[in-house]
Design a protein around this ligand. Structure first.
Ligand code: C5P
Length: 402
């Protein structure tokens, strides 16, 4: 959670203007002070009252409105001075062209021109696909990128005008997460990580499989927090894992598939560190029955065989540092320490699976960071907070190595 940060959201006149309301709410929910500036055209789509109510602040709509002095007499300068981030969502082709041309003909474009060089500026283009692909817009966006603006790519899909194509405003969670990445000092910039998460599935026959209660939330949270800290992340998740909106994610089914995907990724790219948060099955059916197993009278015995240990397979080929996870129901520290040693890990994140207010499927967890030298017990916190702590631990590990 970010405390005490403030963002200026610029809303311009596209149909996606209504989505800026949800974005305002999300920033507020995360304790940001939200200021909203709207163009005249934006007010044709949504009223300032919507944003005033959601942000709890007066909305800036007019350069020369002297009856309600909102943010000082030199409003555009005060605004530009005080905000930690600027987000333009949705950004029309018009505002993009104005920024590129240095035009300042209303309160929003004037404030953008006055923004400090170091203030992160996230521009979220949303428009008809032909307007988006028009060389004028493309050239303007390239210019903005060169000047240090972050251009968030619009999503492809059905546009409000009925046409299929690129031009949809990304979800508010994506815009918010991108803002967090842009305001971060990016301590993991230039690093490449591989994260696994979720449960594997071992098929018995075309209908049944063996799996576990892992939702994949921990893996997604770790991957996204590393990404927010500036890293490049590949995420390999069990087939039923929750999706990540931010990092490229590959879904796999069995332990064998996960092992292949992990080794292939390591072969393809130099990787600085692997984080194995996946709940990998230790056993798989000794035999896969291609036809559905028929029920018979009486009990049945299932023969299982061991699965390959993915960490061991990595170890056999690479010297990359690995952080492992451990789900324990007793003697947590002792067992985790044994794993740390036997598997040659940099750290073990140990979970107490007997906890009732976190763990499997929950957004919360209680865990320990166990290294050779330390045992840090974390209080109950969200999986994203745990991911952020892990990112901080890794950043610290690199700074000490230097
Ligand atoms: O020994 P244990 O299976 O409890 O160790 C858990 C750690 O090992 C986790 O990081 C998990 O992702 C990884 N693991 C693995 N291959 C397996 C089983 C677990 O890499 N077959």
């Amino acid at each position: 959670m970010t405390r005490g940060k403030s963002v200026l959201i610029g809303v311009t006149g596209g149909i996606a203007a209504y989505k800026a309301a949800a974005l305002t709410r999300l920033f507020k929910k995360n304790n940001w002070n939200v200021l909203v500036a709207m163009t005249q055209n934006a007010m044709e789509f949504v009223t300032p009252l919507t944003f005033e109510t959601l942000s709890g602040n007066p909305v800036i709509t007019d350069t020369f409105n002297r009856t309600t002095p909102l943010y000082g007499t030199m409003e555009h300068i005060t605004l530009a001075d005080t905000v930690d981030a600027f987000v333009c969502a949705p950004a029309t082709a018009n505002i993009i062209a104005k920024i590129a041309g240095g035009i300042a003909d209303d309160i929003l474009s004037t404030t953008i021109l006055a923004l400090k060089k170091e203030t992160p500026k996230i521009i979220c283009p949303a428009m008809n696909v032909r307007m988006y692909e028009n060389p004028a817009t493309q050239d303007n966006m390239a210019l903005l990128k060169k000047r240090g603006f972050f251009l968030l790519e619009p999503e492809a899909g059905e546009l409000a005008c009925g046409v299929e194509g690129k031009g949809r405003l990304p979800k508010e969670e994506v815009i918010f997460a991108q803002t967090l990445r842009e305001i971060s000092e990016k301590p993991l910039n230039g690093k490449r990580f591989l994260v696994t998460g979720g449960a594997t599935m071992e098929s018995l026959d075309p209908v049944r499989y063996i799996t576990n209660h892992s939702s994949g939330k921990m893996g997604v949270a770790v991957a996204e927090e590393l990404w927010k800290a500036g890293a490049e992340v590949s995420l390999i998740s069990g087939k039923e894992s929750v999706p990540s909106l931010m990092v490229p994610q590959q879904f796999v089914e069995s332990v064998g598939e996960m092992k292949e995907a992990v080794l292939k990724t390591l072969k393809k790219r130099d990787t600085d560190l692997v984080i194995m948060s996946a709940a990998v099955s230790d056993y798989t059916p000794a035999r896969y029955e291609p036809q559905k197993i028929k029920k018979e009278a009486g009990d049945m015995t299932l023969k299982l065989k061991r699965t390959p240990d993915i960490i061991e397979s990595i170890r056999n080929e690479y010297s990359v540092p690995i952080i492992g996870f451990a789900a324990e129901s007793e003697n947590i520290e002792e067992n985790a320490r044994m794993k740390l040693k036997n598997k040659g890990l940099l750290m073990v994140v140990a979970n107490d699976i007997t906890q009732t207010d976190g763990g499997f499927r929950s957004d919360y967890n209680r865990c320990y960071f166990i290294t050779k030298e330390n045992n840090i017990e974390l209080s109950r916190m969200t999986k994203h907070e745990i991911g952020a702590r892990l990112a901080a631990f890794i950043a610290d590990y690199y700074s000490k190595k230097r």
